[in-house]
Design a protein. Structure first.
Lengths: 225, 225
């Protein structure tokens, strides 16, 4: 027991250096990853997303990014995974926004208004064709073992923490699970973004706002299904 | 003028035979198409949809169906187009159901109840993995010229005729376009069917019913967005 206690007290000092080293290499790794994403996005945008992804080789991406091919494959299994990165970045931004809203005890309506604002800004920062390809990559059927990493928060999780709180404080009915509410909103937003990316929807924001309003009206407190 | 009138009166007699022949050959063509779909579905089901579609060659399908490869390509550009056929069949059934409901002046709620019943029956007639692959094929990004044929009614059209009538008779708000209402319901149903096909949703029908109820509550008459 004494031995174990001694091990415990030594542990923090012993682990500080490796942890700091891991932190530094993690930061370097993140930078490399970001550079690969930016380089690929730049090449694809120049060449157009219809055929640009197919036409651009991994050799070209790593050469322009100044990294080795091995480094590329350390980060991504294939080119298309870079497209998922766009989605992860957006999901992370939205998750942070949702967390801030819950902490600030904002109303559900105001929280979703802010989330829609962040979502539109993030989506419209990329060319519509890139967004369309990224969405398709997310929706692509996957074989076991080919799933995207679970370490990123999902858009659905961001919505779920908002709805969970809204049920708790009685802003919406408790007859529907918060997870299901989140999935309803997510499915409707994904559909609007898809339509926008295909040029079939001119204005993304009003579409998201209208769909939010319909669902919130349908989930008003006291509603039973 | 007399000459033209004479041409007109002769026309029906002259065109009867070719038209009947066209009718016969259309029926044969439909039978062949159906046989190709059934043969492919049987082979894929036997082999499992995860890898069965890739493993099954067009040569095998045409041999088992007893047609030539040329006949296959007359009907389908590639194997995956057979999957779309499942969707077309469902959309056609739903469109007919929606038309009957409008003609019988059924309420929107009752019409959607019937549509959900037909949809669930049609979807659950195929293995979940087949449904998942068919949905992915529908959602797959397409290059110009690679679009599915427009001659089939879409699921969205079936919903739109229901909502258009419901707005007319004041069953729902007129603050949202019937086309947008249809797209909201379609996006939510598609999402539920996708989840079901992936095994993440156990019971499809209650999910569709709950989502219908939420949207109808949100679209109640007088609601403004």
């Amino acid at each position: 027991m004494a031995k174990q206690l001694s091990d415990d007290t030594e542990a923090p000092a012993a682990s500080t250096r490796p942890r700091r080293r891991a932190g530094l290499s993690q930061a370097r790794s993140r930078d490399t990853r970001r550079r690969l994403v930016q380089t690929a996005m730049r090449l694809w945008t120049e060449r157009g997303f219809e055929t640009g992804i197919e036409e651009t080789t991994i050799d070209e991406i790593v050469e322009k990014a100044g990294v080795t091919k091995g480094t590329f494959y350390f980060h991504f299994a294939h080119k298309e995974e870079i497209l998922l990165e766009l989605g992860y970045q957006t999901a992370t931004v939205l998750y942070e926004e949702a967390t801030r809203c819950v902490n600030a005890q904002r109303t559900l309506e105001e929280s979703l208004r802010r989330l829609v604002g962040s979502l539109v800004a993030s989506v419209q920062a990329a060319p519509p064709a890139a967004v369309g390809r990224a969405m398709s990559e997310f929706l692509r059927p996957r074989k076991p073992g080919d799933e995207p990493p679970a370490s990123f928060p999902s858009f659905g999780q961001a919505l779920e923490i908002l709805f969970a709180r809204a049920v708790e404080v009685g802003e919406v009915t408790d007859a529907v699970e918060p997870g299901e509410m989140a999935q309803i909103i997510e499915a409707l937003y994904v559909d609007s973004i898809m339509e926008w990316s295909k040029g079939r929807l001119k204005h993304l924001k009003p579409s998201l706002q209208r769909r939010t309003a319909v669902v919130l009206a349908g989930l008003r407190p006291g509603a039973a299904f």
